[in-house]
Structures are given as C-alpha cells and as structure tokens.
Design a protein around this ligand. Structure first.
Ligand code: AMP
Length: 268
C-alpha cells in the first residue's frame, strides 16, 4: 500500500485505534502501538502476490490489481477509498463511438488480463509500462484501457471515454485460511461509520409520520419527547451519500433544528 493508497490506509489504521507508529515518511515497516499488527509498506502492485504467497497475512490494495494478477486471495473488506474505474478511451477526434466498434483495433494498457477478459471484442494489445494516455498520440494504439477516477488526466490528454470495464476501490485482502477476523471487525467499524451520518431534528408530533417516512432506512429512528408539548426529537443513522437529498425534503416536511454529525465508530 505504498503510493496513493498509503496515506488513507495508515489513516484508517489510526482511526481504527491500532496506533500505527510510523516513524517518518520513508519508513517501510513499523509496528502498531495498540494491536499485534506489523505494517509493511510495499507497492500496491506487489500486494496481491505477498498476500497469496503468505509473506503477509493481509494486505490493502486496489481490487483492480488483485483481479489483474488473478491472485488467489480473499476479499475481506472494501475500504471506501481509492475508488476508480478501468475505462476504455479513444482520442477526442477519433471516429469511435462505442466499444463494439473496436473490433480489430490496437489497444494500449497496463491491464492486459482484465482488458482481454472484459472487452467484448477482439483487439490487438500493445503492452506499455506507463503513461498509457500518450499511446494514441504517439501512434502506438487506437485506444487505451486505463484507470480513471476524476477523468481529469484523460481530458487533459485529449481522450474521450467509451465506457467502463471494471469498478475498483481499495480493499483488505487475506490469504486463504488466514485468521483476520479481529482486524476486519475493527476496520469495518470505521468504514461503516464513515459511510453514515447521525441526523438529529425536532418535529411536531403531527408531522412525525411524514418525517419518519423520509428518513426511512432499515434502522428504526429514536424518538425522544421534548419539553415543549407536542414536539419530539428524532435521531437516526442515515447513509452519508443521501444527506444532500434528505435535508430539503425534511425541511419541507416540517423538521426544524436539523443537525448532521459525523459518526466515529459503528458496531453492527
Ligand atoms: P499506486 O500505484 O500505489 O498509486 O496505486 C495504484 C492503485 O490506486 C490503483 O491500482 C488503484 O487501485 C488505485 N487508484 C485510485 N485512483 C486511481 C487513479 N486515478 N489512477 C490510478 N490508480 C488509482
């Protein structure tokens, strides 16, 4: 988990209370203060083999890399960062409009295995080791298959996406048979918490039904009486991604004093 996954990975261990004792930016191995866990920083691309071969019990890396290696490891927990997509792209000015038209075309990628497996047409692969975005401009390929998160790099390089082949994020992987239950449950309390918000609001008893229906969700909200007659407070855990659409609906349904606060840990 060196490279772009390093910082969020160490931050996750910190948030889960393991107390990673990273002595400095250059340290490649360090222990955790509060748990019997030793952290080894290696390239994200090397993690699938390290886990598969039992060099380590668990590893954090991108799902794309594990799939590309075809590593025999178990996905234990998706971590909610490092999200990206493996996309097919062509130069802005090219005549291709859809993936199906790429039959017989040349495609540059550092993901040959996933490209062969997931592209529904036969193409000629051009192996490159980096700077895939340059391949079409250099006349090396008609199209590329590469990772995209914001899409900025593709746009900057005059490329246009024809579609996505694979969605990835960082995950914790374990070798077959490794006992990682306590690590998984510690990390998942944080991963789950980050994906939620604690919502508190006041509402009249008359509007409680409408407001509860908007909050919805699998977990029953708590309803607490307030000093003011006919008014109650409603507390509920809601998915963070839904907050933006819930707030205006709640206000319109008569909710007031709405507070949204982060959650630190969620235990099931
Ligand atoms: P690294 O080579 O260490 O920077 O890590 C590469 C991994 O980070 C990829 O295999 C992905 O799982 C993940 N990742 C997330 N967003 C991107 C992106 N925009 N470009 C490349 N890799 C990304």
């Amino acid at each position: 988990m060196k490279g772009r996954l390093r910082e969020p990975s160490v931050a996750l261990l910190e948030a889960a209370g393991l107390g990673p004792e990273q002595p400095g930016e250059r340290a490649l191995a360090f222990p955790c203060r509060n748990a019997p866990v030793d952290v080894l920083l290696v390239r994200a691309a090397d993690v699938p083999e390290y886990v598969q071969d039992g060099v380590v019990d668990c590893g954090i890396t991108g799902m794309d890399l594990v799939a590309e290696r075809g590593a025999r490891v178990r996905e234990l927990l998706r971590l909610g960062f490092g999200a990206c997509r493996l996309e097919v792209a062509v130069p802005e000015e090219s005549g291709y409009d859809e993936i199906a038209q790429l039959e017989g075309a040349t495609v540059a990628t550092v993901y040959p295995r996933l490209t062969r497996e997931l592209l529904p047409v036969n193409v000629e692969l051009v192996d490159v080791t980096g700077s895939v975005e340059l391949a079409p401009r250099l006349g090396l390929a008609d199209a590329i298959v590469d990772l995209v998160s914001s899409g900025n790099t593709m746009r900057t390089n005059g490329l246009r996406s024809l579609g996505s082949l694979f969605s990835s994020e960082a995950a914790l992987f374990g070798r077959e048979g490794a006992d990682a239950d306590s690590l998984v449950s510690m990390l998942s309390t944080v991963v789950q918490a980050r994906a939620h918000r604690y919502l508190m609001l006041n509402v009249s008893e008359a509007n409680l039904g409408a407001v509860s229906a908007i909050v919805g969700g699998a977990r029953a909200p708590s309803v607490v009486p307030l000093a003011e007659a006919g008014m109650v407070a409603l507390h509920a855990l809601v998915p963070a991604a839904e907050i933006w659409k819930l707030l205006p609906l709640l206000e319109a349904a008569g909710a007031s004093s709405i507070l949204v606060v982060p959650v630190e840990r969620m235990v099931s």
